[in-house]
Each structure stands twice: as C-alpha cells, then as structure tokens.
Design a binder for this molecule. Structure first.
Ligand code: SF4
Length: 356
C-alpha cells in the first residue's frame, strides 16, 4: 500500500449526527490514574458512525485513538481508568454496562482486529478451533455447524485448503495468513461493528492491499460499520468514508475522506500530510516531520494542545492559541482559532504546493 495520497473516490455524505446513529460517542473522557496524576488519554471526544460506513481515525501514537477503541469494547481496566461520557451502540449505553453484557457483545456484535495477530491468537490451539469457539459460545452452534462455519470463513478470507489449514497452529501460518485468520475469527459471528487497530501496519504492501480489499468486500456483503485506526493517511484514503484526525485525546479535524484529504483545515493535518512520502518527489528529498513531540497527557499544554508545535499560531491574534482551547471539531470543521478564510488561503498558497 502506497502512503501517497491518491485521489479518493467520490464519497457519500457522512452519516447523520446525533441520536439515531448506530454508534454514538458523546463527550467521552478517559483518564488513567498513575502515581504522578491522571493521564487524560481521551478528552471530550464525540463522533457518530452508521452501518455500512468506515470511519478512519488517524493520529500519532498517544493521540487517544487506540484508547478510544478499547473503551468502546470495555477492555480498559476499571480499577485504574475513569470513563465519563456516553458510548451508545444502537441506543445501548456501554460505559455503564456490566462486564457480562460487554462480554456478550464482544465477538458477537462488536469485534476487533489488532496489528499483531499473535496477541489475539493462542499459540496452543489450532486456528480452526479458535475461529469456531466464539461461534459456539455466542451463537450456541453445535460443533459440527461451527466447524462448517469456520471452513466457510477461512475460505472467505482467502486461505487456500481451509479443511487442511484449519488444523494448523498459528505459527504454521505466514504473517499475512495469520492476519486473515484473525479477521475470520473477528467476523465469524457477523459483528455489526468492527474495530481494526493498525491491522495492516506490519504487512508488506501487497498483503496490505489484499487485506483492505477483503475488509471492503466483507463490509459490502454484511453492512458492518468499521472503525479503522491508523497513522497512515495513504491507507485511510483507500478504505475510509470519513476521517477523524485526533491529537492529544481530542478530534482536531473531521469530514469525509475527500474533504479532509483535498482541503484539510487544521495545521496538524497539514503536518501529517506534509510528513508523508510522495510518489513523484525526488528520491533524495527529505521528509518533513512535524516539529517537536506529542505532548504529555499528564500536564497537557494550555490553550490549543498543538500550540507548542504549530508554526501558524502567530497568525492568530492576542495569544489565543496559548490561552484558549479551540472548540472541538464538529462535522467538517477544524478545532483551530484560524479563521475559515485563513485556513483556505494558507492551505492553497503554502501547504498544497508542497504536497504536489
Ligand atoms: Fe495552531 Fe493556534 Fe490553530 Fe492551534 S489554534 S492549530 S496553535 S493556529
């Protein structure tokens, strides 16, 4: 998968916001208690996702994208984690759901695939048994029916000779095959929501493209809603309908994939785009990383959390970037004090020429 931003296809409009969305996250705050204080990993995040759509969440390490997905699945440790806000799945509140209810949802209605399949697959059990097990547990299927379903899923994800390969252990599979097996395991119960956390990062570009095609095919067949988490805007361009850019626990920009990639409005998104390799640039020309490092979430910067790294804060009057936190980004907007006109002209005159 090239990390060059290709022209994405014409996307449909984003799903309707607010009540009625299949998944609705409202003013989510997630904090971890540590000896040094509370780490505010997610800080006031809201978004909606509808069936059959893919939301790409992009950001650097520590931006809160993975914590958000683990919280949706209820996989955080309640002993050390404070969760506030709402996560509504078809109207059902998940932040207050009992563990038994979350356990019922996981693997059945909601499933997750990880970057490293070895974290999800046990080395001590055959691939086939691991795919069949959730089908028996969640669907109450007989062993025979679960085995038939397992072979069907292995075939669906493109594993040749499913009848034979189902008896193999994970270490007998290649990296790409293990990823396919994990996808088969995640999808065996036809989940309504699939969370994919950097699922293709460790794979070579050919296998990456195959996995993305596979997810798109499966979504077309079953109407699954997908949250696709990555730091790679090239991958997002290929798979997502909508994009949410996260920084320091909050959404700084969101919109359809076409909007965010063709006319990004936030200086952090400009930095992400500018730091990516481009197909037609000189081989010797250096990449332009975003200066500085992501902030500490124990003591986040005042005002706009991106201000210590932002080269455009002097275009905003009155030192507002340092003292006043921009409002969270609603649909198609950026959480930034620059005016809409400034965003447009800076992107057109200073950023876009560097991206082409
Ligand atoms: Fe930069 Fe200020 Fe906009 Fe933050 S609010 S991204 S510091 S210009």
């Amino acid at each position: 998968m090239s990390t060059v931003i290709e022209e994405p296809g014409e996307p449909a409009a984003p799903g309707p916001a607010g009540a009625g969305a299949f998944l609705s996250v409202r003013d989510l705050h997630v904090g971890f208690s540590t000896e040094d204080g509370v780490v505010r990993a997610v800080d006031g995040l809201s978004f909606d996702l509808d069936r059959g759509r893919t939301l790409g969440i992009v950001g650097e390490s520590g931006s809160g994208k993975s914590v958000t997905s683990l919280t949706i699945l209820g996989l955080h440790n309640p002993m050390f984690t404070e969760v506030e806000g709402e996560i509504l799945l078809e109207g059902q509140e998940l932040t207050t759901a009992r563990e038994a209810e979350l356990e019922r949802l996981r693997g059945n209605k909601v499933a997750m695939i990880f970057q490293d399949p070895l974290t999800a697959l046990s080395p001590y059990s055959t691939v086939g048994r691991q795919i069949a097990e959730p089908y028996v547990r969640h669907r109450g299927a007989s062993k025979k029916a679960a085995w038939a379903r397992t072979l069907e899923m292995l075939d669906k994800v493109g594993i040749p000779n499913p009848r034979e390969r189902a008896k193999d252990y994970p270490h007998q599979f290649s990296g790409g095959m293990r990823q396919r097996a994990m996808i088969a395991m995640a999808l065996v119960c036809d989940p309504d929501l699939l969370i994919a956390d950097e699922p293709t990062t460790a794979l070579d570009v050919t296998v990456q493209a195959q996995i993305l095609d596979l997810l798109k095919d499966l979504q077309r067949e079953s109407g699954t809603a997908i949250i696709f988490i990555t730091h790679d805007l090239g991958v997002i361009a290929d798979i997502a309908d909508d994009i949410m850019v996260m920084y320091a626990g909050g959404a700084v920009e969101r919109g359809t994939t076409r909007q965010v990639l063709r006319s990004p409005q936030h200086p952090y998104t400009w930095g992400l785009l500018n730091s990516m390799p481009r197909l037609h640039s000189d081989l010797g020309s250096p990449l332009a990383p975003i200066p500085g490092a992501p902030p500490s979430l124990l003591n986040p910067p005042s005002g706009c959390r991106f201000h210590p790294r932002c080269t455009f804060q002097n275009r905003v009057g009155g030192g507002r970037c340092v003292t006043e936190r921009p409002l969270p980004a609603p649909d198609r907007a950026a959480a930034c004090h620059l005016t809409a006109e400034q965003k447009r002209t800076i992107f057109a005159n200073e950023i876009k020429p560097r991206l082409t």
